[in-house]
Design a protein around this ligand. Structure first.
Ligand code: HEM
Length: 419
């Protein structure tokens, strides 16, 4: 056995699962601060877990010599957010080959179409809001669901939109929860997989013929290492891995609207977009507001890092919320300062709201650049083509709730579109 010379800081509690539920997003950061460390050991759901935070930790975490993803996501996460047998739980060549499929969907031409669809959908839907009070999060979910399905080549009848958008939303809302929210997320996934399995079957039997460059076509006809098409179940899980997270962008849109409300000067800067301001604003929204709390992987083979011993099979959590709010990485991390991104140099491991490392090789979010483009287009629309008032409401977003959102989901009133 390898010899480690240092004892890892250790959480004294027998099991911290309840504390994780109570504290939510800052769970890892709270302990890193308490023990003056960026690594510590704890127990969650009865198993030993190592938590780590910071740029060096991320570099190690994304070294696939050290970590695997197979059987990492808890069953409750698979039954709501991810689905079973999808790209998130693959390693080595199987992951590389599946990830290539995802990355082939992400290109300049497909982004151009997506930005156009995003703009058109905001315009169409916003016209219906004239002089009404609306809940921005709910409306953004509907818009994102329509954009996602159109872009991915999935037919969506007008009477289906609300149910499909709600189901995709519930799958996201259910992942960090227990009880009713989890149950709703699980039922929503079952319904959504059944719907998308039928779409895959129809594409394969040529009852519907989406464009060859769309996600539905690419995934339905994708052949794996052994030259076979994916099972209908897996193809449905992977197509949902495209449309579900596009709907999740409604959360960032809502937080961006909150940021514009709290910092009205941002709204004006978004309109003029001098020095690529939209990019800076989007990056600061993704840094400042909480979404992904942490990411998990398991130790592939025992190793020593910074004289700490990582035993084969141990679950390791990389802190995302803490990295976004770390005083070591950001000046005034708890303030919303868009200009911090003006001369930002990316190193793939410091700013990781959607995972780190390389898009093609690692598990970094396949849709990160797409997320940024949709956010830019949405904020451009909200700041330039929409006038509204923000009534008094509860805009707090509890950090103990994963995923979180302003309590009121951001109500706006006296909405008018501006050409
Ligand atoms: C709300 C915005 C989003 C957030 C917060 C988010 C976050 C993340 C995170 C944290 C990961 C895991 C990274 C890791 O395991 O190392 C991930 C993976 C992934 N995301 Fe996203 N994501 C978002 C939007 C999207 C979009 C729009 C798409 C596709 C259209 C997408 C597709 C994926 C896929 C396919 C993976 C799995 C990658 C792999 O395992 O290799 N995501 N995302």
């Amino acid at each position: 056995m390898m010899k480690a010379v240092r004892k890892m800081p250790c959480n004294k509690t027998i099991d911290s699962s309840l504390l994780l539920l109570i504290e939510g997003y800052p769970f890892i950061q709270n302990r890193c601060k308490r023990y003056k460390t960026d690594i510590f050991q704890t127990r969650l759901l009865g198993q030993k877990v190592i938590c780590m935070s910071g740029t060096d930790a991320a570099k190690t975490f994304y070294n696939d010599k050290h970590f695997i993803r197979k059987n990492v996501a808890a069953k409750c996460v698979q039954k709501t957010l991810f689905g079973e047998n999808g790209v998130q739980g693959l390693d080595g060549n199987a992951h590389k080959e599946r990830k290539e499929m995802f990355m082939s969907i992400m290109n300049y031409e497909s982004f151009k179409t997506l930005i156009q669809y995003t703009h058109e959908q905001w315009e169409i839907n916003a016209k219906k809001w004239t002089n009404k009070d609306i809940v921005l999060f709910d409306e953004a979910q509907l818009i994102m669901c329509q954009v996602a399905c159109r872009w991915a080549g999935i037919p969506l009848k007008s009477y289906e939109i609300t149910q499909r958008a709600n189901d995709l939303g519930k799958m996201i809302d259910g992942f960090g929860s227990v009880g009713l929210r989890y149950h709703q997320g699980k039922c929503a996934r079952k319904r959504s997989e059944k719907w998308i399995e039928e779409i895959i079957t129809k594409i394969r039997s040529q009852k519907i013929s989406p464009d060859k460059c769309t996600a539905s076509y690419i995934i339905a006809w994708h052949r794996n290492e052994s030259k076979r098409v994916l099972s209908t179940q897996i193809a449905a899980v992977e197509l949902l891995n495209i449309i579900r997270p596009i709907v999740a962008i409604a959360t960032y849109i809502t937080f961006g609207a909150l940021a514009m409300h709290k910092h009205p000067e941002c709204r004006l800067k978004l309109r003029s977009n001098a020095n690529d301001y939209q990019q800076m604003f989007v990056q600061e929204v993704r840094r400042f507001y909480p979404f992904t709390p942490f990411i998990g992987a398991k130790v592939r083979k025992s190793f020593v890092w910074r004289e700490y011993y990582f035993k084969k099979g141990t679950l390791v959590l990389l802190d995302i919320y803490g990295a976004n709010h770390s005083e070591k990485l950001w000046s005034s991390p708890n303030e919303f300062i868009t200009e911090r991104f003006e001369h930002w140099k990316d190193d793939h491991y410091t700013f990781i709201p959607q995972g780190g490392g390389d898009y093609d090789k690692d598990h970094r979010c396949a849709g990160e650049l797409l997320t940024i483009e949709i956010m830019k287009e949405s904020f451009s629309f909200l700041s330039t083509h929409l006038s509204y008032k923000v009534p008094k409401q509860n805009l707090n977003y509890p950090l103990c709730r994963i995923p979180t959102l302003p309590k009121s989901k951001f109500v706006i009133k006296r909405v008018m579109t501006i050409n």
